[in-house]
Unconditional design. Structure first.
Length: 309
């Protein structure tokens, strides 16, 4: 992501709210409060919530509005140090060794010092996040931490405690200034208390209808106003049904975008049935909604919006 010149961190909760709003993020005061404290105290912010509620977007907005680099560590099962922290460029090292041997250099200590230098170090997201200068520390997004195993989670404890990494061949590399750390989890497993204690915590919930309409309207400005209201009302009702995976805010935005691309000004039974795959990602959920639920929900949405004027 391209960033502008680094900005001064917000000095109050109200300024934090304004910062989020300037990046197009519709947040509440509770989020702004914990984010302000996280920035002020230089503590990681641990965001928990269902997929699609806007946790990752917070880090992206911070990067954009503060003019900081965004460094993203996308977590997955089996993530290891070589993928997350650093590794050596072995191919380039071998070429250097062969060239030294061909040149007649016999001092093995000098050769080793040469090949295990910064020149051949490949920096992965963790090491990159520790390389920021004072006043320009990056936003470090550790996304979906719950997808990794406990061993990697334990490794992060040193990073989040001291903001340093030890590379045996080079020594300890410590951040000149701690990065702005945002950790997200979809709660597919519990994260250990030792890691949570190093963070400030916030649960990111689904927004109410009013806030979600503001989000959708901001993200899909070309959508018809009536269509946006119906989309939000329909999705809000879907979340009250026991589905395998209810749609998040991201799906609401996608649905409004898709319907706008189809030149729809309002919902109708046919277009709802045809586009449910934008909202729902499991066939069992789609089949359940198509078998009468969608007509009932749409009828209720139309009636309630008509009564509201």
């Amino acid at each position: 992501m391209t960033t502008t010149a680094a900005r001064v961190l917000p000095q109050s909760i109200d300024e934090t709210l304004e910062l989020l709003a300037s990046g197009g993020y519709v947040g509440d005061r509770a989020l702004a409060t914990v984010l302000f404290l996280s920035l002020k105290m230089k503590r990681p912010l641990f965001l928990e919530g269902e997929a699609g509620v806007g946790k990752t977007e917070i880090a992206k907005v911070l990067s954009e509005t503060l003019g900081r680099r965004l460094i993203r560590l996308q977590c997955y099962e089996g993530l290891d140090i070589s993928s997350a922290v650093y590794e050596w460029n072995y191919a380039a090292q071998m070429i250097e060794i062969r060239m030294d041997e061909a040149s007649g250099i016999a001092d093995r200590d000098a050769m080793e010092k040469n090949v295990f230098s910064e020149k051949y170090l490949i920096r992965r997201p963790v090491l990159e996040a520790l390389s920021g200068l004072p006043g320009e520390a990056p936003v470090f997004l550790i996304d979906e931490l719950d997808r990794t195993d406990e061993a990697f989670e334990a490794f992060l404890l040193e990073i989040l405690s001291d903001y340093q990494v030890t590379v045996p061949e080079l020594g300890t590399i410590k951040a000149a200034e701690p990065p702005i750390v945002i950790i997200t989890t979809n709660r597919t497993r519990e994260i250990h208390d030792a890691l949570k204690r190093r963070c400030l915590y916030h649960w990111v919930d689904y927004p109410n209808a009013e806030r979600e309409l503001e989000i959708v309207s901001g993200k899909v400005p070309d959508a018809n106003a009536q269509l946006s209201r119906e989309v939000v009302a329909f999705v809000q009702k879907l979340r009250q049904i026991d589905l395998f995976k209810v749609p998040g805010v991201a799906e609401s935005i996608d649905w409004a975008t898709a319907l706008t691309e189809l030149d729809k000004l309002a919902l109708d039974p046919e277009v709802v049935s045809d586009t449910l795959g934008v909202l729902l990602k499991y066939q069992d959920d789609i089949a359940r909604i198509q078998s009468g639920e969608s007509a009932r929900i749409l009828s209720e949405v139309k009636a309630e919006l008509a009564d509201a004027g």
